[in-house]
Design a protein around this ligand. Sequence first.
Ligand code: AMP
Length: 493
Amino acid sequence: MLFSELGLHPETLRALAEAGYESPTPIQEKAIPHVLEGRDVLGIAQTGTGKTASFTLPMINALAAGRAKARMPRSLILEPTRELAAQVEQSFAVYGKYHKLNTVLLIGGESMSDQTKKLDRGVDVLIATPGRLLDQIERGNILPTDIRFLIIDECDRMLDMGFIPDIEKIVSKLRPNRQTLMFSATLPPEIRRLSDQFLNNPIEISVSPPASAATTVTQALVRVSHAEKRAALRFLIKSEDVKNALIFCNRKRDVAIVHKSLVAHGFDAGALHGDMAQSARTETLAKFKANELRLMVCSDVAARGLDIKGLSHVFNFDVPTHSEDYVHRIGRTGRAGMSGRAFMLTTGDDAKFLAGIEKLIGTKIPEVALDGFAVGAADSENLDRAPSSSPRRRPERKPRDSGAERPTAAEAETADTPPRRERAARPARARPEHSRPEHSQPERPRAESAPRMATEPRRRRREYEDQDEPETVVGFGNRIPAFLQVAPRPRRA
Ligand code: AMP
């Protein structure tokens, strides 16, 4: 099928041709005609399938006629993260190049007053994260009553992040006779409930089985001890032909630690997590996308939807505690039919989460063992280009006996000796698990079967938005100064 057969605006077709798009992807082919007809759509599609264009292209048609009014957006796209919102804005810049549509990005971490000024100039397309949008609506800076086009993207991620109550609030302020599209990689019952609530007689489109791992990604599991995780990561980066890679950690503080450690070892790495200033997040991502940075250590804030051209590798420094996150993390590579490689480090503590992931993807992740790394009964038969594997033995650290170019762990260690300061801080390899420093302690596994409490969405949102409790001490903290501990003198009568 050709784009020209879909009924898109001629100027949009021109922009698409200039962007080098030859034919629509399956989600575009299936969704665009229905969106142009004015139907509501529930799209079950992973990122990387071209779903952004499946809603932006027909939206351009619909918005081409008509004028933007100050503070009264004509359409609204809700995205779970700032990076995704920014990416959608870029799509409008590419596809809507020959249309004069005003897009406004409303995301946290940026000046409210700058955003308000932009809203005053008139808004055709408002692209927002739910929290900041609600703030602006509640301050009266946006009148949402004119929104005729609503897109809720990455619904399952919105659910994970605890955004659903905010979204329900936002939708309750919109006119009922609007066109609504919802996109989600998976369809848990809660999303089904929302689609019943928000959509009117929708067309349901599914382009890949929910939560399937891309077949273009070669996966591998590496069993290591806690103390060896960073060394194993360095070994993998050196032994694989890494063009560019995302390195996922479960917690922000580990993002910072792994990033610092890689930089100290001379790797070209940046960091991205939700506690960083928005300007730093944007700058790091832009550098990474422009290939000015080879490695980006990140939290799950980067797991969904980020479109990084030709990403060669994903390293899971930690096993994600939510199985779907694994699918999203590794889905950053192997996009657009290209091949990618995804490695995951695992320790004994992750067994339950690993089992959950393997159940979700319906297959066992092939194991590889790294020469010189202690833990790991491994089978490497499925990996064509794996690092040196030593099945079912506990290898000594020793150089590879083959003439391979890849360094062994031992070589990686010596070549890689960190600066004195870090060396001193690094836990000794033989140190028993219980004496590990605090920062390398594994996150306590979450009891999956524990009943969800009312605070669950908020808690999950905090986790996903990377808002660990701040480590600031309020007042005197736990330490009561001595002068306050002196017993008060008895009062004179
Ligand atoms: P998405 O799933 O929307 O994040 O899109 C993934 C990637 O596919 C983006 O880099 C798009 O620019 C690209 N893309 C989307 N549609 C097409 C198409 N029809 N032909 C080629 N590339 C596309």
